[in-house]
Design a protein around this ligand. Structure first.
Ligand code: ZN
Length: 142
């Protein structure tokens, strides 16, 4: 299937979620559609290594963007170990696609990747549904 890199055809909403604010589908979305573009300031170069922003997105070995600005609605997408969306890099830009059908009202999440998870999410306790279930099972059997 050919993908079209045209975000904005499906409505999204920023709302409260388990992990602070999150991005939610405001209408049903089919699998494999472009939800939104992850936009940011190009910080390629020395700043890439000194920036303390949590919203860095490495597009390639030569290009990193900082999506911290509130105008980057995609920054509200939380991490999940059982995601329903995935980032795709196309012509030096980042687009978030659905990786399965998403129903209206569902939170949109993608997997931030192992390195980010280990450094920023695991220490706080991952709040994705998969990890919450896992912790609940452990409590029951303990
Ligand atoms: Zn998790």
């Amino acid at each position: 299937m050919r993908r079209t890199y045209e975000p904005g055809k499906f409505k999204v909403q920023v709302k409260k979620s388990k992990a602070g604010l999150g991005l939610f589908a405001a209408e049903d979305m089919p699998k494999n559609i472009c939800i939104i573009e992850y936009v940011g300031r190009d910080i390629s170069g020395p700043e890439e290594y000194t920036s303390r922003s949590k919203y860095l997105f490495e597009i390639s070995s030569k290009k990193t963007i900082d999506g911290q600005a509130r105008s980057n609605t995609a920054r509200y997408i939380n991490h999940s170990c059982r995601p329903n969306a995935e980032p795709t890099i196309y012509k030096g830009r980042v687009y978030i696609f659905t990786s399965k059908k998403i129903k209206a009202g569902e939170e949109i999440c993608y997997d931030y990747g192992k390195a980010y998870w280990k450094e920023h999410i695991e220490p706080m306790g991952c709040r994705c549904p998969k990890c919450i279930e896992k912790r609940e099972r452990q409590t029951v059997t303990a």
